[in-house]
Each structure stands twice: as structure tokens, then as C-alpha cells.
Design a protein around this ligand. Structure first.
Ligand SMILES: C[S@@+](CC[C@H](N)C(=O)[O-])C[C@H]1O[C@@H](n2cnc3c(N)ncnc32)[C@H](O)[C@@H]1O
Ligand code: SF4
Length: 384
């Protein structure tokens, strides 16, 4: 039987100071004054419409809230205070829930951080990418390495003790030594969480149109092996392909995504996934992408609703959950897909025999070898 719990909320802020050449997120360079007030009221209306999709009996509020972008830290603390108060009043947020805000170090100000904390935000995620001036320039970032450090100092001074740093590797011209220097600097700032991504070249980006020379695959593998060693020696656990955390600081919001849990997505271009246990359906929603269309569309902000066909549920579940080092438990598979485990038991057994998966009691996870060929492993579950 499908379950709509836990239920998270994603809020998208679609503006940035400048568009980075590698970025395919729905983010737009600010060209005039930000319509902050109008956008917050559009978000409130958007949420109110989405509430119609919810099964509210026995609901104790959102399990986590993530304010991402774009650059949410362009918005004032009072904007988020108003928004979070509205969410608490209309729908509710679980006591102690993780509430994250993404920060671009180029937009950090001391008073803003204090205000964010007062508004109830309890986790910050900084887009640092690198501390090295040359790579920051290649990536078109608006801040220096020193500004990133300063932003983290401000966050600590404002009382935030839970923060993530986003770093990238596999950058044009990068050596293993440079990668390790970036990681050492990041670790010295004592984050609770590290998201360490390999640069990928995405369609519809400046890098796609004019690809920069990237390091060879073998070099990237060496970067990853040495980097993982350094991060784990510093007391972090790798719990997902690109995510590392101190004990007790895994991102609750991302864990819910990776376990194919439900979430509402509000804001321009935001995606949501919501189960309807009564009808036995899983729906995906997407809001209008262009900020001006989103702002202008009154109550019709929804651009698309698609039903996830039952034959796609297993793949969607596994594409997410097998990214987790800990894998998934059988109950989670059944609650999130609405299918019995018998549906995949034979393939799981065969992949266990081939040393790519393990199944201990009711936990299924990829082995180290399975983890390195994750996509081809998952493709074995595609229904003919
Ligand atoms: C949604 S972005 C937003 C973060 C924030 N706007 C910033 O950039 O400061 C989240 C993270 O995804 C990573 N990212 C974005 N595009 C990427 C790409 N093409 N390859 C690898 N990582 C990428 C970056 O580390 C980025 O900080
Ligand atoms: S600041 Fe972040 S969201 Fe904005 S363009 Fe750069 S990577 Fe994308």
C-alpha cells in the first residue's frame, strides 16, 4: 500500500546574481529589482493549491523543508519569516524538522544570517565549489575563496551549527593536489556535511556549447579515491554517491528524495512527487518555469502533472535508493512503490549471486563493485 509519509517541502527561488556556465538549474540572472514580496505571496498561493493533493488526516507537518535555487540568500530574512510562518499555520512543520537554506557566499551578510535563524532556518548549504581563484574564475563564480570562508564565519557567529559545503572536482586543469587542497580547506572549516560533486557538462549550458578541457577519466578516478580517503579520515561517512556527513548529520531532506519519499515542490519550475494512497497513484507535478509566467499565472501555476506508470516505479525507486551506501529496506520499497517485494525478488537474488548486491535480513544494498556500475546494475530491473 502506497504511503504519503514522510512528506517534505521544496521551495525554489529562481534568481542568481549571474548565471554560472556549468549550471542547468532553473536560475536566471537578476536584471532588475527582485520581486520578493510578489514572489512570497505567489509561493503561499502555490502551497495553498498543492494542499489539495494532501491526505491531511493524521498529519503532523512537513518532515523537512529545503529552500533552494537559484540563490535563496538573495532574499531577506523577513521574506522567509513570512513564508515559514504561513507554512506552519496552513500545513505545519514537524517539531525539530530540518529547514535548509542554500547560500551563495557572494551574498552573505551578518544580519541576514541572524534573521534566517530567527525565522526558523536551522541548516545552511553553501555553494563554495572551490577555494582557488583560478577555478572560481573558470566556474564564473561571483565570490572569492576568502569570501566563502568569511560567509562561514558569519554563519557560525549567528549560531548555525549545522551547515553543508558544496564542492566540485574534475575541473578544467585541476590536479589531484589542487583537489586535496580544496578538500583540506573545506574540512578545516568544520562543516557537518559535505556534498562533493564531479563537474558534469549539462545540455543547455555555456560549457555544453563551448566544452572546457576536462581531466581524463583515470585522473578523475584517482582524485575521487584520494578525496574519499581524506574525507573519511576526517570523520565523515560517505552515505550517498556524492554526500558525506558527520554522524547524525545526514541530510534528512535529501534522504527522503533518495528513498523515493513524497514532497511538494513550490516556486518557479519546482518539481513535486506525491502519492495518492486512495487511488493507488504516484503523481509528479511541475510548476511554470519562467519566473515571470509563474508570477503572472494567478492560481494556475501548475505546468504539468504526470502519473508515474506502475512499471516505472521500481526503476525510479532503485535509481534513487541504490545511491545510498546503506541501501533500502523491503518495507520502504513496498510503501514507496505500492508493489510487493516479490516483484523484484528474483533479480535481487541473481544480482546478489553475481556479487553486485547484498541482502541481509530486510536490507538490500549495492556492494562496492555494484556501486561502481550502478546504472548498468539498475538497468537490469527495466521491465520488458
Ligand atoms: C542547485 S545548485 C545551487 C547552489 C547555489 N546556487 C550556489 O551555486 O552557490 C547546488 C549545487 O549543485 C552543484 N552543481 C551544479 N551544477 C553542477 C554541475 N554541472 N556539475 C556538478 N555539480 C553541479 C554545485 O556544487 C552547486 O552548489
Ligand atoms: S549560483 Fe548556483 S544556481 Fe545560480 S547559476 Fe550558479 S550554480 Fe546555478
Amino acid at each position: 500500500m502506497l504511503e504519503q509519509r514522510p512528506l517534505s517541502l521544496y521551495i525554489h527561488i529562481p534568481w542568481c546574481l549571474r548565471k554560472c556556465p556549468y549550471c542547468d538549474f532553473n536560475s536566471h540572472a537578476v536584471t532588475s529589482k527582485l520581486p520578493e514580496k510578489e514572489y512570497v505571496s505567489a509561493l503561499c498561493q502555490d502551497l495553498e493549491t498543492d494542499v489539495g493533493l494532501l491526505e491531511l488526516s493524521d498529519f503532523s507537518g512537513f518532515h523537512s523543508v529545503f529552500i533552494g535555487g537559484g540563490t535563496p540568500s538573495l532574499f531577506s530574512a523577513s521574506a522567509f519569516e513570512q513564508l515559514l510562518n504561513y507554512i506552519r499555520e496552513k500545513v505545519g512543520i514537524e517539531r525539530g524538522a530540518e529547514i535548509t537554506l542554500e547560500v551563495n557566499p557572494g551574498t552573505a551578510e551578518a544580519e541576514k544570517f541572524l534573521g534566517y535563524r530567527m525565522a526558523g532556518i536551522n541548516r545552511l548549504s553553501f555553494g563554495v565549489q572551490s577555494f582557488h581563484a583560478d577555478y572560481l574564475a573558470t566556474l564564473g563564480r561571483v565570490h572569492s575563496g576568502r569570501e566563502a570562508e568569511k560567509a562561514i564565519e558569519l554563519c557560525l557567529a549567528a549560531g548555525f551549527d549545522n551547515f553543508n559545503l558544496d564542492l566540485m572536482h574534475g575541473l578544467p586543469g585541476q590536479s589531484i593536489d589542487d583537489v586535496l587542497k580544496d578538500l583540506k580547506k573545506a574540512l578545516s572549516l568544520r562543516p557537518t556535511h559535505l556534498s562533493w560533486y564531479q563537474l558534469t557538462i549539462e545540455p543547455n549550458t555555456e560549457f555544453y556549447a563551448r566544452p572546457p578541457p576536462l581531466p581524463e577519466d583515470d585522473l578523475v578516478i584517482e582524485m575521487q579515491d584520494s578525496g574519499i580517503e581524506l574525507i573519511t579520515e576526517a570523520g565523515f561517512q560517505r552515505y550517498e554517491v556524492s554526500a558525506y556527513s558527520k554522524l547524525g548529520y545526514q541530510s534528512q531532506h535529501n534522504l527522503n528524495y533518495w528513498l523515493f519519499g513524497d514532497y511538494l515542490g513550490i516556486g518557479a519550475g519546482a518539481h513535486g512527487k506525491i502519492s495518492d494512497p486512495g487511488a493507488g497513484l504516484i503523481k509528479r507535478t511541475r510548476k511554470k518555469r519562467q519566473p515571470e509566467h509563474y508570477l503572472a499565472s494567478g492560481l494556475s501555476r501548475l505546468a504539468e502533472v504526470n502519473v508515474v506508470p506502475p512499471e516505472d516505479r521500481t526503476i525510479e525507486f532503485l535509481l534513487n535508493s541504490l545511491r545510498l551506501v546503506e541501501g533500502f529496506c523491503i518495507d520502504e520499497y513496498e510503501a514507496r512503490t505500492g508493489l510487493g517485494f516479490s516483484h523484484i525478488a528474483k533479480q535481487v537474488e541473481s544480482l546478489c549471486d553475481r556479487g553486485l548486491l547484498t541482502k541481509k535480513e530486510d536490507i538490500v544494498r549495492a556492494t562496492a563493485r555494484g556501486f561502481s556500475v550502478l546504472n548498468s546494475l539498475i538497468s537490469e530491473f527495466i521491465e520488458q
